[in-house]
Write a protein that binds this ligand. Structure first.
Ligand code: SF4
Length: 174
């Protein structure tokens, strides 16, 4: 489903040391998730990114959302209800390098590879992701749905210090 597009840079740096640590930890977790699923592959149809049609969405912690926002403005909603980070073809992820943990660890039944998914490793990495986020944003109680986050209004300049779901003040305007 998720064909690769070129990497974006990391975007503006967050303001607090704990936030920078959470982003670094999230990138490390993403690398480990990729390693855990390195033996798996899929048809790259993009069907699993049709979030409304499938009634299934990735749930993101603030660090995951910030890595996506650092790429630039959130694309507008798609008329087909798919993830806004899909490209025009509806088959390629335009944010592949920064896609969420749930995007990296979901493969549908048509996948190829080992018969069993690395469930224990996924749970271990999820606990790391939660810990990193709760250290950076203690007020956050859990992840939020991708489409819910994408519908949030752009944060006001400077709101990143108090709103864990917002980005730092240098986020581009929509
Ligand atoms: S970010 Fe969106 S388009 Fe990219 S893999 Fe995840 S659900 Fe699919």
């Amino acid at each position: 489903m998720r064909r690769e597009t070129p990497d974006a840079d990391d975007g503006p740096e967050p303001q607090r040391t704990s936030e920078r640590a959470a982003l670094a930890e999230t990138r490390a977790i993403y690398r480990l998730a990729g390693a855990a699923y390195s033996a798996f592959s899929c048809l790259a149809s993009g069907e699993c990114c049709q979030l409304t049609a499938r009634n299934r969405e990735p749930w993101l912690w603030p660090s995951e959302w910030r890595l996506l926002l650092a790429r630039g403005p959130v694309p507008p909603p798609r008329p087909d209800g798919g993830c806004p980070f899909l490209d025009e073809s509806g088959k390629r992820c335009a944010a592949y390098a920064d896609r969420a943990f749930g995007c990296r660890t979901y493969f549908c039944a048509r996948r190829s590879g080992p018969s069993r998914e690395p469930g224990d490793e996924v749970q271990r990495l999820l606990r790391r992701l939660e810990k990193a986020n709760q250290q950076a944003w203690p007020e956050v109680t859990g992840p939020r749905r991708m489409l819910e986050l994408a519908a949030l209004p752009p944060p006001e300049p400077g709101s990143g210090a108090t709103n864990p779901w917002a980005l730092t003040e240098s986020r581009p305007k929509r």
